[in-house]
Structures are given as structure tokens and as C-alpha cells.
Design a protein around this ligand. Structure first.
Ligand SMILES: Nc1ncnc2c1ncn2[C@@H]1O[C@H](COP(=O)(O)OP(=O)(O)OP(=O)(O)O)[C@@H](O)[C@H]1O
Length: 670
């Protein structure tokens, strides 16, 4: 019995033809069918959803990449904008024209991508989603050039093993050839005023150089000088021109340019500063120190002092030397005197060594540099090397010393170098001009920087100067010029036959006078003893073993031809001008190219001919010859001496060696 009536859905049945049982079965079958349909429908939906999310992911990734590229591009754009220093017009241009261009590029890129997706067979409905369209992205995508190359379907890009093109691939540096950094010289070093090397064929008559007084011209003629050498013909007018306005600052308020001169040994650099300095100072009224020449050694200071005094004679100019040849008190007395409570300078030109100069400055010995107009630095490269003594900074401090005793009387005010302003130009000023001279002037701007040069001008006979030196990338050293009349030889030797060779040169080959260099004073002394004991040769040694007086006398004797063989350390290598030295022998090979150039430069001076011989042990040959050629030598020839030629002297040489051993023993015991 049924208490309730439950109505059931019985399907669309054909009531008349179907039994109760068969109806329920049919209903079940139909329900199953419907469930199946529903299930397949949800599966399809899920598949579709998966596909859609995948496409969205791709789209997101692509958008991020494009954002990155856009950032890079905009960064680049900002950079180039900074460099170009554009005005507001440029900004407008960027905002309109550039945007339009980029949008066009973006559109092109999207179209390309669409085409690619179609070709790659990706599903038709996925293609639009894969696009990075202007519609989808609110931001303007810059850097479309990169995006264009990048728009490869994910499938394609994943197939490739390498990184997608268009991106900067980091790493792989080892594949790039390492770029060589070329040495670039400042313009004043790279483009010097060229001086002729050949002295003989480039002599300039004295009268051709204007600005030299008749008095000085006569003096030059009296000293046997009818023509100027090339370095003098170039440098003298340049210095005279810089002092055209007298001792004060030049036309237009501009300070004169500092002058650097690099010319071979014996080319006449000394007169190229002595003549113009004397000429300019001749017109001074009050005696004050207006020129200071600094040289590295006493001998050189003495030599330059002599040249200055010779040309200053009769002009009223007073020249003194502060190089330690006299006592400190005697030097002090020659600088200035006090009369009626005021200081009076006794010198116009001072020739000094750096050590003694600093002594006088520090001990306040009355040296006043407040009126200094010319600071001459001879053997400048050597003087740069001695810069650790800080002599230059002390000199400069003295030059610009304010509140000095003379300030109250002087109408001229000295100001430290700074920017030129109307105010700084109003009081009359004495400028300080530096004049640098050397046969081996460094081309290293860093070293020259220490001298604090003002708009320097270089005069050089070195033809190797160039803005860069690509022709010789392996070249580690500076190039220099050698005297035109010099012929260089090297002589292969052994340690035991070296002394025999020098004896052979004088006794058999009759080469004299010879200036012979050793690398130490002990070696010079031993060789001198040996030659003396062997006999038949007038020899002398020249080194720091001798007192300054002995050294002076030795040089004089050698110059007068009383000495055939002068055995010296590098004390006589630089600047010393000994007339008539025909041969230079490097008994010990020099270690540095500058030493070699100065040693061999004691011959072939003033356009004359001269020979140099360098004794080389077999182990030294390769490196030494390479060093000389790299420095710009026109060529060094081999001069071998056959052992038979030395045989006749061997017996006597053996006996001499025994005697030498005894003498050295004696000396040591004393
Ligand atoms: N115009 C000239 N006519 C003749 N002789 C000269 C002339 N100028 C210089 N001399 C002589 O030439 C020689 C060399 O000159 P100086 O000593 O000035 O050379 P330098 O270039 O300074 O050499 P170094 O670099 O070795 O110091 C000297 O004996 C000098 O008297």
C-alpha cells in the first residue's frame, strides 16, 4: 500500500507500445548517453581552457621580454641624448616622430609574427593570442628592432640550442681578439717643430737671425762662430720672440710658452739658450737674478758657467755658479750684499746644481728668485729623474714667494699660474718661462708632467714622433737621434781578452785619443793600473775617486792631448764637451740606452766625425744590439779582432797581470 504518491519522470514514452520494464531500461540507457555527452563536453572545455592559459603564459613572457628591450632602448636613447646635448626640440622629436616610427615597427613585427605562427602550423585560435599586439599592451614597446628579430614562435626558439638572436649574449669573451691599447701622445709631443739632423748642410749665417745685437754677433765671431747650427737657428728666435715685450708678460696678457728641445749630443744646445738669454737680459736696468740654469753635475755647471761668462762679458751682466766648487760662504757672498739696510743682488744669471741650490734656498743665504724670468733645465731627462729631491718645487716656491722683502719696492706682482682674468692681468707681471734641453728627452707625458710645463712647444730632431706608434707595437723604449757624423761598431770579446783589446787599439791600431768607459769606478781604477803597468801609453782615470780639482786638471790634460787614454766612469758621459775626442770605447757595455747615447756622444760633436766601439761578450750581443736598433740607431757594425793580432802582447800581458795583483793587494792593505 502506498501512503504517498511519488511522481517520477518516465521519459517520453510511447505509452501504448512499451512495457513497464522495457521503459525503465530505455530510460537508463538514455541517462547514460546524456552523462557521456556531458562528460565529453567538460573534457573539451578543459582542453580549450588549457590551451588558452598556455597562450596567455606565452603572451606574458613575450611582453616581459619586450619591456626589457624597451628599457634598454630608452636607456640608450637617453645616453645619446645626453651626448648630443639636444634642446627641447629634440624632446618633441622623440615624443612624436620616434613614437610613430616605433609603433610602425611594432605593427610590422606583429604582422611578421602572425605570418610565422601561421607558417609554423600553430593552431589558428592560438595565433592571435601569441601576438604582442598594440591592442594588448598598453605600453609603447620601444626597441622594436630587437623585438622583430626576437619574434620567433616559442616552439622554434626552444628548438634552437643557441640564445635567441637580437639579444646581447653575455660571455664568450675569449672569442674576441684582445684590442691593443695604442700609445697616444699629446699634440705638442706628437707634432714638434723639426730640427735638421745634418749640421754641416744646414748652417744658418749669424746675420740671418734677427734680434741679436751687433755686440753679441761680434762676440760669436770672435769665438769662431760664423754660422748657427740648426738647433740654434730654430730655438734662438723662438726664445727671443717670447720675450719681445721685454721682461714682462707678453702681448695680450698671455704667458710665454715653455720650450723643450730634444736634439742630438754635440748639436750646440748650450748656445741655443745662452745667446737669447744674454740678449734679453742685456736690456735690464736693476741687477736681479733673472735666469737660473740647473745642471746635474759640478763639471757641467762649470762648463755652462764658462759659456755664459764668455758671452756676458762687456754687457754688464753678472754670472755666478752655485755648484759646490767654492765654499758655501764664498758662494753666499757672491749672491747678494746688504748696503744701507737694503739687499742688493750681485747676480743676473745663476748656474747651479740642484743640491747646492736647495741648500742656498733652505739656509736663506740671500738668493732671491722673485724676479726669475728664465728657468733653464739642461740634461732635462736626468733632472726629471732627480725630481725626488723636490728641487723644482722649492725653486717654484721661491719664485712665487709673496711678502718678500722686495715686494714693497717692486711695482711688479707675481701670481701663481691660474686662470687668466681681467683682474689678474691688470698689474704688470714677470712671467716664468721654462727652457728644457736634452739629447734624450723623454716622450713620456707622465714624466714631463712633473715639470708643470705651460703650453709647451717642442723642438725635436727625432723623426719617430707620431701621434700613435702603431708601427712598433713591441717597442718599449723612446726613440732618439744620433749624431750624423757618428759611426758605431761593436767588438765581440771575452772577459779575459778585453784588456788586450784596448791595448791593441792604442798600441797597434794607433787610435788616440780614446775616451774609455767602464761601469764602475773600481773597474776604471783597475784598468788604469793595468795600462800603466803594461807601459807605453799615457793614461788617466776619471771618477769620483778624484777630487773636483784633480778631475778638472785631468779633463784639461786630456783636452790638450797630454793623455792618450782617459778611463772614466759615467761621470764624464753626459754633456762634457771635450774638443778632439775621436774615439769612444765602451769597455763595459752600458746597461741603458740613454747611457749609451750620452757616452758615444762625446765624439762626433759639432758636425765632426767620430767612431765608437762597444766591447760585447757573447751573452750580451743579442739584447744590446736590439736595444740600440730600437732606439733609432742608423746601424751598428761588427768589428772583430782576430786572436792572432793579440798574440804578440800575451806574454807581457800575463806578467802585467801578476804585477797588478800585487799592486791591488798593496792598496787593500793600505
Ligand atoms: N754655431 C756653432 N759653430 C761652431 N761650433 C759650435 C756652434 N755651436 C756650438 N758649437 C760647438 O759645438 C760643441 C758642442 O756644443 P754643445 O756642448 O752645446 O752641444 P750639446 O748639444 O749641448 O751636447 P750635449 O747634448 O752632449 O750636451 C761645442 O764645442 C760648441 O762650442
Amino acid at each position: 500500500m502506498s501512503l504517498f504518491l511519488v511522481n517520477r519522470y518516465l521519459g517520453e514514452e510511447d505509452e501504448g507500445s512499451i512495457t513497464k520494464e522495457s521503459r525503465s531500461q530505455a530510460l537508463l540507457a538514455r541517462l547514460k548517453q546524456k552523462a557521456k555527452e556531458k562528460q565529453s563536453l567538460t573534457e573539451k572545455r578543459e582542453q580549450l581552457q588549457d590551451k588558452q592559459t598556455e597562450q596567455q603564459d606565452i603572451k606574458k613572457r613575450r611582453k616581459n621580454d619586450i619591456d626589457d628591450i624597451q628599457d634598454q632602448h630608452q636607456h640608450k636613447k637617453r645616453k645619446s641624448k645626453d651626448v648630443a646635448l639636444c634642446g627641447s626640440d629634440c624632446d618633441n622629436y622623440d615624443g612624436t616622430v620616434e613614437q610613430k616610427k616605433q609603433k610602425k615597427k611594432k605593427k610590422d613585427a606583429n604582422q611578421k609574427l602572425m605570418r610565422k605562427n601561421d607558417q609554423s602550423g600553430s593552431s589558428a585560435e592560438a595565433a592571435p593570442d601569441a601576438l604582442v599586439s598594440g591592442r594588448d599592451g598598453p605600453e609603447d614597446t620601444g626597441g622594436q628592432e630587437e623585438a622583430e628579430t626576437e619574434s620567433v614562435s616559442p616552439k622554434q626558439s626552444s628548438d634552437k640550442t643557441s640564445a635567441p638572436s637580437g639579444f646581447t649574449v653575455l660571455g664568450g669573451f675569449e672569442k674576441k681578439p684582445v684590442q691593443k691599447v695604442q700609445r697616444v701622445l699629446p699634440q705638442w709631443l706628437a707634432e714638434p717643430d723639426v730640427i735638421h739632423r745634418d749640421i754641416k748642410n744646414n748652417l744658418v749665417p749669424i746675420s740671418d737671425i734677427s734680434g741679436i745685437s751687433v755686440q753679441l754677433q761680434k762676440k760669436l765671431q770672435n769665438n769662431g762662430i760664423e754660422h748657427f747650427f740648426p738647433v740654434q737657428a730654430e730655438v734662438i728666435p723662438a726664445i727671443l720672440e717670447s720675450a719681445q715685450q721685454g721682461l714682462l708678460i707678453g702681448r695680450g696678457g698671455y704667458k710665454p710658452r715653455d720650450i723643450c728641445v730634444s736634439a742630438p749630443t754635440g748639436s750646440g744646445k748650450t748656445l741655443s739658450f745662452v745667446i737669447p738669454v744674454i740678449q734679453v737680459l742685456m736690456e735690464r736696468v736693476v741687477c736681479e737674478v733673472r735666469a737660473l740654469a740647473v745642471l746635474p753635475t759640478k763639471e757641467l755647471a762649470q762648463q755652462v758657467y764658462k759659456v755664459f761668462t764668455s758671452y756676458a762679458e762687456g754687457t754688464g751682466l753678472k754670472v755666478i755658479t752655485l755648484a759646490g766648487q767654492k765654499s758655501f760662504a764664498a758662494e753666499q757672498a757672491s749672491i747678494s750684499e746688504h748696503r744701507g739696510g737694503t739687499r742688493r743682488s750681485l747676480a743676473d744669471i745663476v748656474v747651479a746644481t740642484p743640491g747646492r741650490l736647495v741648500d742656498h734656498i733652505n739656509k736663506n743665504s740671500g738668493l732671491c728668485l722673485e724676479h726669475l724670468r728664465f728657468l733653464i733645465i739642461d740634461e732635462a731627462d736626468r733632472m726629471i729623474d732627480s725630481m725626488h729631491q723636490s728641487w723644482l718645487s722649492q725653486v717654484i716656491k721661491e719664485v712665487f714667494r709673496s711678502g718678500g722683502e722686495s715686494e714693497s719696492v717692486s711695482i711688479f706682482r707675481r701670481m701663481e699660474p691660474a686662470y687668466i682674468t681681467a683682474a689678474s692681468l691688470s698689474p704688470p707681471q714677470i712671467p716664468l718661462q721654462k727652457l728644457l734641453f736634452s739629447a734624450t728627452l723623454t716622450q713620456n707625458p707622465e714624466k714631463l708632467q712633473q715639470l708643470g710645463l705651460h703650453q709647451p712647444r717642442l723642438f725635436s730632431s727625432v723623426h719617430g714622433h707620431a701621434k700613435t706608434t702603431p708601427a712598433a707595437p713591441s717597442q718599449k723604449q723612446d726613440r732618439f737621434d744620433f749624431p750624423e757624423g757618428l759611426t758605431e761598431y761593436y767588438v765581440p770579446c771575452t772577459l779575459s781578452n778585453k784588456p788586450l783589446l784596448i791595448l791593441h787599439f792604442i798600441l797597434r791600431m794607433k787610435l788616440s785619443p780614446i775616451l774609455c768607459f767602464t761601469n764602475s769606478r773600481e773597474a776604471a781604477h783597475r784598468l788604469h793600473l793595468l795600462v800603466q803597468l803594461f807601459g807605453g801609453i799615457q793614461a788617466a782615470e776619471f771618477s769620483s775617486r778624484l777630487s773636483p780639482g784633480e778631475r778638472r786638471k785631468t779633463l784639461k790634460d786630456f783636452e790638450q792631448g797630454k793623455i792618450q787614454l782617459l778611463i772614466s766612469t759615467d761621470a764624464a758621459a753626459r754633456g762634457i764637451d771635450i774638443d778632439g775626442v775621436k774615439y769612444v770605447v765602451n769597455y763595459d757595455a752600458p746597461q741603458y740606452i740613454r747611457t749609451y747615447i750620452h757616452r758615444v756622444g762625446r765624439t762626433a760633436r759639432a758636425g765632426k766625425a767620430g767612431l765608437s766601439f762597444t766591447f760585447l761578450l757573447r751573452v750580451q750581443e743579442k739584447n744590446f744590439l736590439q736595444m740600440v736598433v730600437e732606439a733609432g740607431s742608423p746601424g751598428i757594425q761588427k768589428q772583430a779582432v782576430k786572436s792572432e793580432n793579440l798574440k804578440s802582447m800575451e806574454d807581457q800581458y800575463e806578467k802585467t797581470l801578476q804585477k797588478l795583483a800585487d799592486v791591488i793587494k798593496d792598496e787593500k792593505s793600505k
